[in-house]
Structures are given as C-alpha cells and as structure tokens.
Design a protein around this ligand. Structure first.
Ligand SMILES: *[C@@H]1O[C@H](CO)[C@@H](O)[C@H](O)[C@H]1NC(C)=O
Ligand SMILES: *[C@@H]1O[C@H](CO)[C@@H](O)[C@H](O)[C@H]1NC(C)=O
Ligand SMILES: *[C@@H]1O[C@H](CO)[C@@H](O)[C@H](O)[C@H]1NC(C)=O
Ligand SMILES: *[C@@H]1O[C@H](CO)[C@@H](O)[C@H](O)[C@H]1NC(C)=O
Ligand SMILES: *[C@@H]1O[C@H](CO)[C@@H](O)[C@H](O)[C@H]1NC(C)=O
Ligand SMILES: *[C@@H]1O[C@H](CO)[C@@H](O)[C@H](O)[C@H]1NC(C)=O
Ligand SMILES: *[C@@H]1O[C@H](CO)[C@@H](O)[C@H](O)[C@H]1NC(C)=O
Ligand SMILES: *[C@@H]1O[C@H](CO)[C@@H](O)[C@H](O)[C@H]1NC(C)=O
Ligand SMILES: *[C@@H]1O[C@H](CO)[C@@H](O)[C@H](O)[C@H]1NC(C)=O
Ligand SMILES: *[C@@H]1O[C@H](CO)[C@@H](O)[C@H](O)[C@H]1NC(C)=O
Ligand SMILES: [Cu+2]
Length: 580
C-alpha cells in the first residue's frame, strides 16, 4: 500500500545491488513519485520569465524519501525542445547506474516527449536535507525542489516541527540568453542575481507595482523547530541571519553534527544546513511587542552586494505587510567570514572512516583559473569540461566497451597530475585513497579571483579544510590532529582577495576520499554560470570489470539516446531493477 513505508533492516541497507531483473513499466507500474518538467512563462520576483519548472512551479514539490528504501521517481520531459535529467543532489546513488542524473557522464538525457524512471535508494545512515535539480544547461536555476530523507530511527535531536527553506536566485534573462552570452566569442555575463528567492518568493522594493511578496515562514510561540536551509542558488553565496533569534547547527549536507550555536549561516550553492530554532514564548513576544522578525539574506564575494528579506511570522500576528521591504535593513549587512566552520564543525557520532595522511595513496592537485582568449572559460589543470565535450556519456561507453578504463588510467598517471587529457577525466582505482586539492589561481590576464562552491556526486568526501595561498599538506595535517573532518558533498573554495598576480596561488580547499564505488562522478563548481563556462571535472572510479560486477548486465535500451529504457506516449520503458 502506498503511504505505508517500512524501514529495511541494516543488513539489507548495506548490501550492494544484486543483479536485478527486468520489468516492463507498463500502466500497471506505479512510481512512488512523478515529476513533470516543463518550460513556460512563470512569474517570480514580480517579473515574468520563460523558465524550466518541475510540476509547474519553482521550487517544485518536496519529496520525502526513507533511508534504506527504493523509490521509483518517474521524470517526464514535457518540454518541446531541450533535454533534461534530474540529479538527486547529495544522495550517494552509488549502485543504481544511470540514476545519478548527470548527462554526458552517467546517462543519456531524457529527450523531449520522453520519461525516465529513476531508481533512488538513499543509503541507511544518510537521513538529512537534500534537493533535486535538472543537470542540463542552466535549467537548475528554476527546475528543482527540496528532497528530504527521513530516518528509520527517531532523529538524534528533539524538535516539535520542521520547516524547509530553499534559497534560489532570480535572473531576468532566459536560460538560452544567458548560455549564449557566456559561451559567445563576444562574452556577455549573465548579470548579477536580481533577487534572492526564499521558497520562490522575493520582493525588491515596497513601491514595486507587482504583487510579489516576501516569503513568510510561520511558527508557533513556545515550540522548537528544525529549519532545513537548502542552498539551491545558481550563483549566490549567501549569509543569512534572523532578527532576535540565534540558531544551532545540527546537520550539514546530510550529516548530523555536534550542535553548534551561531547567529548567522553562510551557505554556498549546493550546501545544506539544518538548524534548531527555539521559538519565543508568548511572554517574550509581548515584551518586544511584535510577532514578526525579518530573515536578512546578503550575497557574498560578488562585485555587487544584494540584501533581500523573508519573514519569520508567529501565529496570531497581523502586523506585517509582506509587500513592504524593510529599509534600512534591520540587521548589519553581513560580510564574508573566510573559512567559516572549517576545523570547527564536528560529526555528532565519532566517524571512524576518516583516512589519515599515511593512508593517502595519491594526491591530485587541481589548479583552477579563468582563461581569457577568444572565449572566457574556466580551466582545471589547463582544460575545461562542458556537457557537449564527450560524444556519449562515459558510463555508457564503459558498458559498451568503447572506453578503455585502464588506458585512461595509465595516461593520467603518466601525465603526473592524475588527469587524462584525452577523455578529460580523473580516473582512480577501487581501494585508492585520494586527496584532492582545489588550488585557486589568479585569472590568466588580470589576476582576478572568485569563490567556488565545489560539489561532488557519489560518495561524500572528508572535507579536510581550506586556506589562503598554496596548500601545504604538512601544515594542514597538524590542524587535523585536533580536529576530525566531517563528510560533505559541497564546500567552498574561498577567494581571499579580489586580485592577485596572474596564475598566482590564491587559496585552496582539500578533500580526502576512499575510492569505493565504481562509476562516473561529476566533481564541479556548483555555480551554474561557471559550469557553462567549463568549470566541471569528471572522476571515473574503478575499471569496466568493477562497474559490471557492481551492477550486473544492463539492457541495450540504456545505451542509446532515447533508447527503450526511456518511455514515451506509445512505449512503456524496459527497466532493470538494480536493487531487486
Ligand atoms: C507532479 O504532478 C503530477 C501531475 O502533473 C502529479 O501526478 C504528481 O503527483 C506531482 N508530483 C508531486 C511530487 O507532487
Ligand atoms: C539532446 O541530447 C542529445 C544526446 O546527447 C544531443 O544529441 C542533442 O543535441 C540534445 N538536444 C539539445 C536540444 O540540446
Ligand atoms: C533584464 O534586466 C536588465 C536591467 O536590469 C534589462 O536591461 C534587460 O532588458 C532585462 N531583460 C529582460 C529580458 O527583461
Ligand atoms: C557584444 O555584446 C555587447 C553586449 O551584449 C553588445 O552591445 C555588442 O553589440 C556585441 N558585439 C558584437 C560584435 O556582437
Ligand atoms: C521606489 O523605491 C526606491 C527605493 O526603495 C526608490 O529608489 C525609487 O525612487 C522609488 N520609485 C518610485 C517610482 O517611487
Ligand atoms: C546553545 O544554544 C542553546 C539554545 O539557545 C543553549 O541552550 C546552549 O546553552 C547554547 N550552548 C552553548 C555552548 O552556548
Ligand atoms: C588560454 O588563453 C591563452 C591566451 O589568450 C590562449 O593562448 C590559450 O589557448 C588559452 N587556453 C585554453 C585552453 O583555452
Ligand atoms: C595531452 O597532454 C600531452 C602532454 O602531457 C600533450 O602532448 C598532448 O598534446 C595533449 N593532448 C590533448 C588532446 O590535449
Ligand atoms: C609547510 O608547513 C610546514 C609545517 O608548518 C613548514 O615547516 C614548511 O616550511 C611549509 N612548506 C612550505 C613549502 O611552505
Ligand atoms: C517511442 O519509443 C519507441 C521505442 O523506443 C520508439 O520506437 C518510438 O519512435 C518512440 N516514439 C516517439 C514519438 O519518439
Ligand atoms: Cu565557480
């Protein structure tokens, strides 16, 4: 019966996928969730824009999955032109091939008029806050929604209720216009974000004639809340604070943390935090004589600072006009806190998996900088990566034997920096423990520096820190003696200055990961403009045998664009259930 969800026991949860069997997903098949992607005119921030949407809105509906349980999520591409995919941001998705939602990496995109059944099984122990979004082009600016993984066990923190607060950006130009500008020989920047949207809502000025309003988060006096903040922005790195309320961080990117009190949050594109908030009592509200408090959000590390608002509204209040924008801002305008929470945030339960320096088998240093020639592009070790670089998705080529994983590995090792410049991938063998250092450098022409929230698909990494200048492993290891890193899927490579000398090292972020899950995993900056400009890399874990032994055989319908694993109006898809 739908709606009744049981938790599988731990043994099942830890088992890798068996060889599975094949089903025709005809009319008798009931997916757990259905998402429909359209492109249409849509009004946000008092402005109409042609946008990709999930189920007709941005954000799309919230999905709630249970850890350890298989969910079939059917995604329809109802757009007239243009492919789509949906990526389950932060979910490890490590044994269901083709379900990670990364086009050109792990699946053919869903053609217009077709649908794909994603098999999504959050691992036991990964309850927390996630989101889903399209991974094609610039669609994720609007095509996305919250994804919450509920725990089988009672959560380790007590609270009465929870609220989801998804942050996104509004740009008034269309996706196509933005991509054309960014990839043109006559480079045209998208412009800065026009509005920070909170659950899709924003208002810039009180005297705007549109009917848009500030988002309102309603709460009851005296109760305690878990607020789930989702950094689903395209570009913005946001600092936020709530008037007269301190908060306690309890989760970062799906991992429970030791409670950490703070007066503000700093959240990059792709990051998530849960915080506890204790609502004021009736007596406390009477004392201050108000029932609404502004949430103030400020963009960081950009040429122009934008400050927007939402409202924390206590029930019974009638005093707030959601079309009124507070001026001047009620709180001081936030400034960036470089390296915020680095070497500070700790895992709630002791994490025994952290690999010490002695265990690291290979260090991969990735120099990142902007290059300006006939195009403006972002390079990683001298190469960009964009969605139309590979002829077909890597994972598809591995299955059909067209990609020689061992030759790729040999070339990458021979070149010295772990990068194979033919396939533009970073291959690694199962069992390796790799350390990845994102090394920021000044722009090739004028030494400009940017901040980048780097995101990893697949297994989460241990975030071993960040700092200014050039990475020094010895110095960093000393800091790790007294601090055990947490696992994350997105962390920020900061910009410590706006300008330096061309190609001079200017800040780093380092990760450590055990290579355990065969597959093709995108590691990329989560700023959509930067992705379009080439700021993406592909990590290829394991060889063909590892991939095959993990998943078993696959149907040919997965291996061609619009193949029979993809359904349409007249054809029900042929789908392998990798977990059955
Ligand atoms: C999305 O919309 C479709 C119908 O258009 C509906 O069947 C489905 O339940 C919706 N999905 C969610 C998660 O609400
Ligand atoms: C959709 O994807 C296919 C396969 O990658 C590609 O050939 C085609 O150009 C894409 N369509 C658009 C409109 O980008
Ligand atoms: C977007 O806003 C800019 C100014 O902020 C304006 O010049 C441009 O015409 C707008 N574009 C669209 C499509 O409305
Ligand atoms: C280059 O872009 C700018 C700004 O969009 C525009 O004004 C100009 O006409 C363009 N030049 C060419 C040669 O296309
Ligand atoms: C609207 O308000 C803004 C400041 O919030 C002000 O700069 C602008 O002049 C106002 N416009 C009109 C038409 O009153
Ligand atoms: C953190 O905040 C909570 C709730 O306001 C409070 O009870 C606790 O004492 C604070 N802890 C520290 C270490 O300040
Ligand atoms: C980087 O820019 C330089 C100078 O404009 C140019 O010669 C070089 O080809 C560019 N590199 C790439 C990979 O585009
Ligand atoms: C790959 O790198 C080697 C040097 O390591 C260079 O000789 C070769 O031209 C490069 N190939 C491509 C396709 O970039
Ligand atoms: C790296 O750090 C160690 C320990 O702090 C120091 O002794 C060493 O000189 C540093 N190396 C460089 C190249 O700065
Ligand atoms: C629907 O899918 C079937 C099987 O893949 C294919 O033969 C047919 O051409 C598709 N129809 C459309 C309209 O794409
Ligand atoms: Cu970036």
């Amino acid at each position: 019966m739908k709606g009744i969800r049981i938790c599988l026991n731990l043994l099942f949860g830890l088992a890798t996928a068996s060889l599975g069997s094949v089903f025709h997903h005809d009319d008798s098949f009931q997916p757990d969730y259905i998402l429909r992607v359209t492109a249409e005119d849509y009004t946000e921030a008092c402005t109409n824009r042609y946008s990709a949407l999930v189920n007709g809105s941005s954000p799309g509906p919230e999905l709630r999955l249970k850890e350890g349980q298989v969910n079939w999520i059917r995604v329809y591409n109802d757009m007239k032109n243009g492919n789509t995919t949906i990526h389950w941001h932060g979910l490890t998705a490590f044994t269901a091939p083709f379900s990670d939602g990364a086009p050109a990496a792990s699946q053919w995109p869903i053609p217009p008029g077709h649908f794909f059944d994603y098999e999504v099984k959050p691992e036991v122990g990964t309850a927390g806050t996630y989101f889903y979004h399209s991974h094609v082009g610039f669609q994720a600016v609007s095509a996305k929604g919250p994804l919450i993984v509920d725990s089988c066990d009672p959560p380790p923190f007590s609270y009465d209720e929870e609220r989801t607060i998804l942050l996104s950006d509004f740009f008034n130009e269309t996706d196509k216009h933005i991509i054309d500008g960014l990839t043109s020989t006559n480079f045209t920047w998208s412009g800065e974000t026009k509005a920070i949207l909170v659950n899709g809502h924003s208002r810039q000025v009180t005297n705007d004639t549109g009917s848009c309003q500030l988002a309102s988060i309603s709460i009851e006096p005296g109760l305690s809340y878990r607020l789930r903040f989702i950094g689903a922005t395209a570009l913005s790195f946001i600092s936020l604070a709530i008037e007269s309320h301190d908060i306690t961080i309890i989760e970062a990117d799906g991992h429970n943390t030791k409670p950490l009190n703070t007066s503000f949050l700093q959240i990059g594109s792709g990051q998530r935090y849960s915080v506890l908030l204790t609502a004021k009592s009736e007596a406390e509200l009477k004392k201050v004589n108000k029932r609404h408090f502004y949430i103030q959000l400020t963009t960081l590390a950009r040429p122009k600072t934008l400050t927007n608002f939402a409202v924390l509204q206590y029930s019974g209040g009638t005093d707030v006009d959601l079309k009124a924008v507070p001026s001047p801002p009620p709180l001081p305008v936030a400034e960036i806190s470089q390296g915020w929470l680095d070497y500070e945030l700790e895992s709630l339960h002791p994490d025994r998996g952290f690999p010490k320096l002695e265990e690291v088998t290979r260090r991969i240093i990735i120099d990142v900088h902007q290059n300006v020639s006939d195009h403006v592009i972002w390079l990683q070790n001298g190469y960009d990566w964009v969605q139309n670089f590979p002829q077909s998705p890597y994972l598809i080529d591995i299955y059909n034997g067209k990609l020689d994983t061992s030759a790729t590995y040999q070339r990458a090792i021979a070149r010295g920096n772990g990068f194979d410049n033919i396939t533009r991938t970073f291959p690694a063998k199962i069992g390796e423990v790799i350390e990845i250092v994102w090394q920021n450098q000044g722009t090739f022409d004028n030494g400009g520096v940017d901040a980048h929230p780097f995101h990893a698909h697949g297994r989460h990494y241990y975030d071993i820190g960040g700092g200014d200048g050039q990475y020094n492993a010895t110095a960093n290891e000393k800091l790790l003696d007294s601090h055990r890193p947490i696992q994350r899927d997105t962390s920020v490579l900061y910009r410590y200055r706006e300008k330096t000398k061309p190609l001079a090292p200017s800040g780093w972020r380092a990760w450590r990961i055990r290579v355990t899950d065969a597959g093709v995993w995108m590691y990329h900056c989560h700023i959509l403009q930067h992705m379009v400009m080439g700021m993406q890399t592909v990590f290829m874990f394991g060889d063909r045998e590892d991939v095959l032994s993990q998943s078993g055989p696959v149907e040919s319908g997965y291996l061609t664009y619009g193949g029979s694993a993809y359904g349409n109006a007249t054809h029900s898809p042929v789908v392998r259930h990798f977990y059955e």
